[in-house]
Ligand binder design. Structure first.
Ligand SMILES: Nc1nc2c(c(=O)[nH]1)N=C([C@H](O)[C@H](O)COP(=O)(O)OP(=O)(O)OP(=O)(O)O)CN2
Length: 286
């Protein structure tokens, strides 16, 4: 008899897409579990199996950069930082960092089916007692308004958010005059979509000639370096926490529209930060 656990956890990653380049993604993870009923009429205790699966996902592909190793133009090699990935299509990117920051899949493109299959295999063969087989599925959050995908890294984070290229697919809500502003939401979501958010203090080189930007930092997991086309980057004066993203966007929109703005910035699924500002408050900062 199969048991299921929907939304057991979620995955926040970046991936290399042959058409869109570096893309942030967030997915719900659902699990289906197969086994024999035990003597108390239970296949297994949800309370034991859920943390077991979550810990393996968190310690594996979650918060990594997913690379389709067989995609055209992908070059993977060792380097002093650990692993170096170079891409050519749709644009050139180079990223270096500790191996644990990357997940390589032997495919030409990453989709929810081959990634879920990879995750299922990464659970290994030794399941908790009575569980014989586990099937994992990934699902995008249903978002009825504007959303955007971004990648970033938080060098001060104690966990895996310090990895230089992990990302999220996030809602964006903008309120003015007490109402949602769908046009503004779409405009700013498309301005941010498929971008890399970089903190100004992490910029190592801004090469005007090549029109690329290189960001680099050392964090607890090791040294990270990332070079991307300049036009794919959005630069913040602060670290790219969701709190700072909310403040940054609220200020940009309040200044651009001259209207008091309240904004909800999400970081992936179901969490984020809100901020509000008025043109009068910002007048002194300009
Ligand atoms: N106050 C903040 N805390 C964290 C921020 C942030 O911006 N502000 N950001 C991060 C990371 O960017 C991270 O990607 C968030 O991922 P999350 O899924 O929350 O991290 P966990 O894996 O630890 O949570 P799960 O419940 O296990 O999915 C972290 N914190």
């Amino acid at each position: 008899m199969p048991l299921f656990v929907n939304q057991l956890t979620h995955l926040d990653v970046s991936l290399w897409c042959p058409e869109r380049g570096l893309v942030g993604a967030s997915w719900h993870l659902d699990a289906e579990l197969f086994g024999e009923l035990g003597e108390h009429g239970m296949l297994f205790d949800f309370g034991e199996v859920k943390p077991w699966i979550k810990s393996r996902i968190d310690g594996g592909a979650d918060h990594t950069l997913l690379i389709p190793a067989k995609a055209p133009g992908i070059d993977i090699s060792d380097c002093p930082e650990g692993m170096r990935i170079r891409t050519r299509t749709p644009y050139a990117m180079e990223v270096r960092g500790p191996r644990q920051a990357f997940t390589l899949l032997p495919c030409e493109r990453i989709d929810t089916d081959n990634l879920a299959e990879h995750l299922s295999q990464s659970l290994g063969r030794r399941f908790p007692e009575q569980v014989e087989r586990i099937v994992l599925r990934l699902r995008e959050e249903i978002i009825d308004g504007a959303s955007y995908s971004y990648s970033h890294g938080l060098k001060h984070h104690g966990g895996n958010c310090q990895r230089i290229a992990h990302g999220h697919r996030s809602r964006l809500e903008i309120h003015q005059h007490g109402e949602r502003q769908p046009h503004l939401e779409s405009h700013y979501a498309s301005w941010l979509d498929n971008t890399y958010l970089v903190s100004a203090e992490d910029i190592l080189a801004d090469q005007a000639r090549q029109q690329t930007l290189t960001t680099s930092y050392r964090s607890a997991q090791g040294q990270f370096v990332l070079t991307l086309p300049r036009e794919r980057c959005r630069v913040l004066a602060t670290a790219t926490t969701v709190e700072n993203i909310a403040i940054w966007l609220t200020h940009e929109i309040t200044r651009a529209t001259g209207v008091a703005t309240q904004l909800y910035a999400y970081e992936g699924i179901d969490k984020g930060a809100s901020h509000s500002a008025t043109p009068e408050e910002l007048a002194g900062d300009a």
